[in-house]
Design a protein around this ligand. Structure first.
Ligand code: DGL
Length: 275
């Protein structure tokens, strides 16, 4: 039996979820967290439904073993392709008292109040865009909003390889902004629907017309987590609070430590694990 009480777990295919974790630290400073990056198998964005589901399920099982009662999939691709199956099929068998939440629903809930034109764009991985998760969720909550997705397969590799600030990134950033706005010139709100993309924010803002508001998920997801804990005191009581954070990666710990510097300012301890 794994520990019943423990840290909130944040999972991503790589480093992208650290942009969400940063906001969680600010919003819930006293809580303990563990972060797991499946860096050995990133990116998930170009992988099939089944593969993303299996990889994500392995990660969730490991995070439960590490004692986490609550896992946040801080990865849109995993949220789009694995969350529903894990919640409906696996969780009841694994441990019905633990919870797994994603990042798409809270992001969608926030956009209703942000768009005036009711035309919204989504930048995401190939997997997230092909899954149609955003249009489906948006249609459900805000049927008057029209949604256009743009898959940006090069954006995650640019971030993972520390190229986000380099001149080569401009070409790929401009290309996808132009394609999105050509597909729907009335878009006034664009969601960064991949947790890696905030690292490209400066470049994106350079190329995005000022009339378009760029929506980042980190703060939205952190506030939604805070609200969730308020509404679920039984889960809140199981989340430990010593302001500790541990980092795990499926790749080399040294490499994680070096690259995580792009996302974090602190010196961190990292452990390599196998899923
Ligand atoms: N950061 C992940 C997301 O939000 C995906 C990156 C990847 O392709 O692995 O979709």
């Amino acid at each position: 039996m794994f520990a019943q009480n423990g840290p909130i777990a944040v999972f991503d295919s790589g480093y992208g979820g650290l942009t969400v974790l940063n906001h969680m630290h600010k919003t819930l400073p006293e809580y303990d967290f563990i972060y797991l990056g499946d860096n050995a198998r990133t990116p998930y964005g170009t992988r099939s439904f089944d593969v993303v589901y299996q990889y994500t399920l392995q990660a969730v099982k490991k995070l439960f073993e590490l004692g986490s009662p609550l896992v946040i999939l801080a990865c849109n691709t995993a949220s789009a392709k694995a969350l529903r199956n894990i919640q409906q099929i696996d969780l009841p068998q694994l441990d019905a008292s633990r919870r797994v939440l994603g990042v798409i629903r809270p992001s969608v809930e926030a956009i209703g109040a942000l768009t005036q034109s009711r035309h919204v764009g989504i930048f995401g991985t190939v997997g997230t865009i092909q899954s149609e998760s955003y249009p489906i969720e948006i249609q459900h909550l805000f049927p008057d909003i029209s949604v256009t997705g743009e898959a940006c397969p090069m954006w995650v590799p640019l971030v993972e390889n520390d190229e986000a600030d380099k001149p080569g990134a401009d070409y790929f950033v401009r290309q996808h902004i132009q394609a999105l706005l050509k597909a729907d010139p009335n878009i006034d709100t664009a969601i960064l629907g991949c947790t890696h993309y905030p690292i490209l924010k400066n470049k994106i803002e350079e190329w995005l017309p000022q009339r378009v508001t760029l929506v980042e998920q980190g703060e939205i997801v952190a506030n939604s987590l805070k609200d969730y804990l308020k509404r679920h005191p039984e889960m809140d009581a199981r989340c430990t609070r010593n302001a500790l954070c541990r980092y795990y990666t499926t790749e080399s710990a040294e490499k994680f430590k070096r690259s995580a510097g792009v996302f974090l300012n602190d010196e961190i301890e990292v452990e390599k694990i196998t899923l």
